[in-house]
Write a protein that binds this ligand. Structure first.
Ligand SMILES: C[S@@+](CC[C@H](N)C(=O)[O-])C[C@H]1O[C@@H](n2cnc3c(N)ncnc32)[C@H](O)[C@@H]1O
Length: 199
């Protein structure tokens, strides 16, 4: 089966974190180093397209059209947007982050949504490993803003029923390479399908 994990920039933070917005080109306080020409290693001049809600909705539709199973990550505030764009059969899973730092909002966010579309033949409990739709795992500073801990990738792959012998896995936003690293040994994995290059 064709599976995809899409972990795009958070809506509203894309240009600030990865593009030419505030902080561009600086070494970050989370341990991230600067890349060539003093730029952040994950600098994307076109990152601002991910500050447009329509880009996230279009990505959900593209995943639904092109893959048998997929998962898309987001921020709590984009949950409604992601679910509205998702097809029947998609479901919401929650990543609870005990060590999440409070942002500027009054209601302190401690979780992130993952909208997951489990391949239809892998939904019955007799078809494989049982897995909860809730993960509690701390964020680990890895030098890349938005990078996911290895438990996150394994959890998402378990929900998708990932079978390295039978599946092709596309990591749509490679970033730090955390998804590829966590899936290492479970290859084949195709990093970066080029989907984002079309945006
Ligand atoms: C939420 S992070 C997650 C990445 C990855 N899953 C990880 O754990 O490191 C989103 C990533 O999207 C990348 N990104 C930002 N704008 C992009 C663009 N226009 N095209 C491709 N990638 C982009 C950033 O470099 C960032 O690493």
């Amino acid at each position: 089966m064709r599976l995809a994990i899409a972990d795009p920039p958070y809506l509203g933070r894309a240009n600030r974190w990865y593009g030419d917005g505030r902080g561009a080109g600086r070494v970050r306080s989370d341990g991230g180093g600067s890349g060539r020409n003093g730029r952040k290693p994950d600098h994307h001049p076109e990152a601002r397209v991910w500050d447009d809600p329509a880009s996230h909705a279009a990505l959900v539709e593209q995943l639904a059209a092109e893959y048998d199973g997929w998962a898309i990550a987001g921020h709590a505030t984009s949950t409604a947007l992601l679910l509205a764009a998702a097809p029947e059969g998609a479901q919401l899973a929650i990543w609870s982050r005990p060590n999440a730092l409070p942002g500027g909002a009054r209601v302190v966010n401690a979780w992130e949504p993952v909208v997951v579309y489990v391949p239809r033949p892998r939904r019955d409990r007799a078809t494989g490993l049982r897995v909860r739709d809730l993960l509690v795992a701390s964020v680990r500073p890895q030098g890349f803003l938005g990078s996911k801990p290895p438990e996150w990738t394994r959890w998402v792959l378990d929900m998708l029923g990932y079978d390295p012998a039978a599946d092709e896995l596309v990591d749509v936003f490679a970033g730090s390479g955390a998804v590829a690293s966590a899936a290492d040994g479970m290859l084949p994995l195709v990093a970066n399908s080029g989907m984002e290059a079309t945006r």
